[in-house]
Each structure stands twice: as C-alpha cells, then as structure tokens.
Design a protein around this ligand. Structure first.
Ligand SMILES: C[S@@+](CC[C@H](N)C(=O)[O-])C[C@H]1O[C@@H](n2cnc3c(N)ncnc32)[C@H](O)[C@@H]1O
Length: 282
C-alpha cells in the first residue's frame, strides 16, 4: 500500500454471489457521492456532523496509532479522525463511487497542506473492500470506527466478529447508527419526518435521493425490530468486546456505541469479560 491518499481494490464479492441486500446497497450508493456531505447534514437538520465528531472524539485516536474506518463512504469520519490527532487512517468501503469522493477529499487536503510541514495531514489509505471480509491480518489496528453499516449487512453478528478480529487486544471500537427516539413525542415526530418529510425533501434533490428518502425510515424500523439495541450490544460482547457504552444523541436520533477488545479471551468467549452496557443521552 502506498502512503498517498491511496486507492486499492480488493474484489467485492463476485456479482453472482451477492445477496439482494448487498446488491441494493451497492446500487443505492452509486448515485449519492456528489452531494452526500451536504445532504446528510441538511436532511438530519445538522445533527449528523455532530454525531460523527462525537464518534471520532470518543474513540480517542492517539498520535502514531493506526485506525480503520469501515464503510468510510466519502471519508467524513476518516477526516474527523485525522483532526483528532496524529493517527493514520485506513478507510474501506465496498462502493467504488463513494470511495471516489473520499479520494477527491483527501487529494484536496494533500494539496492544501503541501509546503506546510508542521500541520501536514497524516496519510489516509482508501481500499475497496467489504466489512464482512476485511483484507487485514488479526489485530492490525489500534482502533476501529464504523458508521451506518450494520443495516446493510446480512449478518450483523458475524460482521461484528470480523470487525473485532482486526482490532488488537485492548484496541477501541466505536459505531454510529441512526436511532428511533424512545421518548414518545420525539418518536412521533421522527415517524412523521421519516414517513412524509424526508421522502418529499429528498425527492426534490434527485430521484436517487428520493429513493434514499423513502428507504431510510422503513429500513431503520425493520432493522431495530430484528436487532434491538440490546441485542446489538450482545453481538458486540459475543465478539469479544467489553466496557460497552451506549450514547444516545439528539433525543435518540443518533446512537453511538463504544467498547474495547478484551485483552485476553476466556475459553467461554467474550461474555466472560463483558461489563454491562450503560447508556447516556445528549
Ligand atoms: C450511509 S453511508 C456512511 C458513510 C460514512 N461512514 C459517513 O459517515 O457518512 C454507508 C456506507 O456504507 C457502505 N457499505 C455498506 N455496506 C458495506 C459493506 N458490507 N462493506 C463495506 N462498506 C459498506 C456504503 O457503500 C456506504 O458508503
């Protein structure tokens, strides 16, 4: 791998072996990169950038550490991680189009930092790959972040095991996902927005965004019916993660989860090391 804002491709599952969910995810993100950053912020009323910042801060990337950002998309979380300290970041995503936007972002940063050695941005590597099958050896990273990923994979439990595999013992992991507000009035407003407001607003932008607008509300609802937050927390523990912390932001519209990989795996698996999840709100 090169130290430039690099692009590399690992075969993303042969087309004939892709599940319907994967095919849908690949098609969905094909048309989004151009206006993704602006619209992700606008359609979440400015909350989404706040959540990403909290995610990057919460994972505490230290100077010299190597951080993997899974489902990096256009590189927004990777950029936040670089802002936090002198870590290096590897960003992976299965979408060539989203990675193209990330590549453009970091190429622009490299140009603006040229000649300014003191504030030189540490390198980012961008790799086309799947979260379910990471092209890295066990324990390769000091920390790992992932955003809006588990709704797009067929087996969130197995994906958590794969993410944990590439984290070194003691390494930190953090995720961001949309949530459904638990407080009844906020939940009613969320339902109205995702059922009516979001589809209309997104359709005004483009047909592709219109599809995202229609898809997101039902997709989030179905996901949590199958995988409530407590069950997702179990997937994390079963994968060997401990010191689990759940933070709900914006009345629960955004859910951040933080944990660290157990230093020593007991024969009974991660559960032996698991602390209880505790929740906070912001
Ligand atoms: C909503 S975007 C989030 C992008 C970015 N992390 C952010 O904060 O804006 C979800 C990303 O997940 C990627 N993705 C979905 N399933 C994936 C998988 N199985 N492996 C790798 N990337 C995946 C999509 O291609 C897309 O770029």
């Amino acid at each position: 791998m090169s130290g430039d804002p690099a692009s590399e491709a690992v075969e993303v599952g042969a087309p004939e072996h892709r599940s319907a969910r994967k095919r849908h995810a690949l098609a969905l993100f094909r048309g989004l990169p151009r206006r993704y950053d602006l619209l992700a912020a606008a359609l979440s009323f400015g909350q989404d950038p706040r959540w990403r910042r909290a995610l990057a801060r919460g994972v505490r990337p230290a100077s010299g550490e190597r951080v993997l950002d899974v489902a990096t998309g256009t590189g927004l979380v990777a950029a936040e991680l670089l802002e936090q300290g002198g870590c290096t970041v590897v960003g992976i995503d299965q979408s060539a189009e989203m990675l193209g936007a990330a590549r453009a972002r970091f190429a622009r940063r490299a140009v603006s930092n040229r000649g300014d050695r003191a504030s030189r941005t540490p390198p980012v590597q961008l790799i086309q790959a799947e979260a379910e099958k990471l092209p890295f050896a066990d324990g390769s990273f000091d920390a790992l972040t992932f955003t809006y990923l588990l709704r797009y994979v067929d087996d969130p439990r197995a994906t958590m095991r794969e993410l944990t595999r590439v984290l070194r013992p003691g390494g930190r992991i953090a995720s961001l996902e949309f949530g459904i507000p638990p407080w009844r009035p906020a939940r009613a407003a969320w339902r109205a927005y995702t059922a009516v407001g979001l589809p209309i607003l997104a359709r005004l932008v483009s047909p592709q965004w219109g599809e995202v607008g229609r898809f997101l509300g039902p997709n989030i609802t179905t996901f949590y019916e199958r995988h409530p937050v407590e069950r997702i927390a179990d997937y994390w523990r079963e994968a060997g993660l401990q010191e689990l912390r759940v933070r709900r932001m914006s009345l629960g519209g955004g859910i951040l989860m933080f944990a660290s990989r157990a230093r020593e795996q007991s024969p009974a698996g991660g559960r032996a090391n698991a602390g209880r999840a505790h929740a906070g709100d912001a």
